[in-house]
Design a protein around this ligand. Structure first.
Ligand code: SF4
Ligand code: SF4
Length: 393
């Protein structure tokens, strides 16, 4: 029979969320207790300074800290308590498992969090649906059977899919993705804010977190030589390939945005020729995205098996492959302008972009959003007095 004291303790723990920890969360809490006694990795990344501000780890602390981790592998390769030691400390793996759980738990609407369970299949089905949609539309609009997919169209790609039809298809899907990601990360933010001092965002904190995101600071291993991939050697490849992918994606997005402004404000409809701004941005962005994703794919195949969560490999690879397909079909469209291959390539490209937009809130893209939120909270929290009495860091 429980005593009054143990009931009170359980009630307090319940209020903190401690006894509701899932198995991956409890494993992170266990490992962080060991790390907190050891502290060898204090200078590696943001995880360890955040950890040393805590003596216990509730659910919100664990979600916050797990999303600070960049899975760089530095603490695993440095750890004297890593497997086969009986303490079995593998921080990147434990953190990755919790991160996967947070993406699903904070998905909006909540029922769609289930799409993370077989995420490779989800993205593959979304791609098939996207390709089918545009091929069927192309055939139906032209009324010439499958021959409509292989002929030089009059009027460029708007001769195949009218501009307003494309806007009507893509705008709702993209806006829904933005809404879903925003509502998901808002709930995450509300949960982790009380656990990270509760202080509001400040300009210096925002600047610091933005710098960490844009430079991918925590993939530098804490010393600037890079992180690990397949072995003990440091490499900057992961950081560089992430940068090529991220900035390539942003340049492609900028190309689409500029083209939209040209269309509506300047009455200059696509297609554009060199050296127009949409063409330059799209070309440079497409090449950067293709190289970055090819590099990430190669690094992912060679990744040390103890890094991260093996169960999330299909999610990682499906997202990389979808980005690669989006980039390469976009570049191929550029080269195929005016040729008979244009309709088929256009269907491939639009199908890939549609699948990408539709799955943004339910795939690997979420890691950038939740990690940014955690880095912002970390930059705020580190500016507050240390709650365990060792002064501000
Ligand atoms: S990962 Fe290992 S070496 Fe690093 S702080 Fe934790 S226990 Fe210490
Ligand atoms: S894997 Fe890298 S980013 Fe994650 S906790 Fe270890 S050192 Fe920090």
């Amino acid at each position: 029979m429980q005593t009054l004291e143990s009931l009170t303790r359980d009630a307090r723990a319940l209020a903190n969320g401690d006894i509701l920890l899932s198995a991956p969360e409890a494993e992170v809490a266990r490992q962080l207790q060991i790390c907190n006694a050891c502290r060898y990795c204090e200078g590696f990344c943001a995880v360890f300074p955040a950890m040393t501000r805590r003596l216990e780890f509730g659910k919100a602390d664990i979600h916050f800290i797990a999303n600070l981790c960049h899975n760089c592998g530095a603490c695993l390769h440095a750890c004297q308590y890593a497997p086969p030691h009986e303490f079995a400390v593998n921080v990147p793996q434990a953190m990755a498992q919790v991160r996967g759980q947070t993406y699903a738990d904070y998905a909006w609407p909540p029922a769609l969090g289930a799409l993370y369970q077989r995420n490779g299949l989800t993205l593959a089905l979304a791609l098939v649906a996207g390709l089918t949609l545009f091929m069927v539309l192309a055939v139906a609009l032209k009324g010439q059977g499958l021959g409509a997919l292989w002929q030089a169209p009059a009027g460029g790609f708007y001769g195949i899919f009218p501009h307003n039809l494309l806007v009507g298809l893509f705008a709702p899907v993209f806006l829904f993705a933005v809404l879903a990601l925003s509502l998901g990360v808002r709930r995450f933010w509300r949960d982790v804010t009380p656990a990270t001092s509760g202080a509001p965002l400040s300009t210096p904190a925002t600047m610091e977190a933005t710098d960490a995101v844009l430079r991918l600071k925590y993939l530098d291993g804490g010393h600037g030589d890079g992180c690990h991939n397949e072995d003990d050697a440091y490499t900057l490849s992961r950081r560089r390939m992430h940068h090529l992918t991220f900035y390539g994606f942003m340049l492609c997005f900028a190309a689409t945005s500029v083209a939209t402004l040209y269309h509506y404000l300047l009455d200059l409809p696509a297609p554009y020729d060199l050296p127009s701004l949409p063409k330059l941005l799209g070309g440079v962005g497409g090449v950067s995205l293709a190289i970055g994703t090819a590099g990430l794919w190669r690094l992912n195949l060679r990744r040390h098996p103890a890094h991260g969560d093996a169960a999330q490999k299909p999610m990682d690879r499906a997202f990389i492959a979808l980005l690669f397909l989006t980039a390469t079909t976009g570049l191929a469209l550029w080269a195929a302008r005016g040729s008979a291959a244009l309709p088929l390539l256009l269907c491939l490209h639009l199908g890939a972009v549609m699948a990408l937009f539709a799955t943004l809130p339910y795939g690997k893209f979420a890691h950038g959003v939740f990690r940014t939120a955690s880095l912002l909270r970390h930059a705020v929290e580190k500016r507050q007095p240390n709650p365990i009495g060792l002064g501000a860091d």
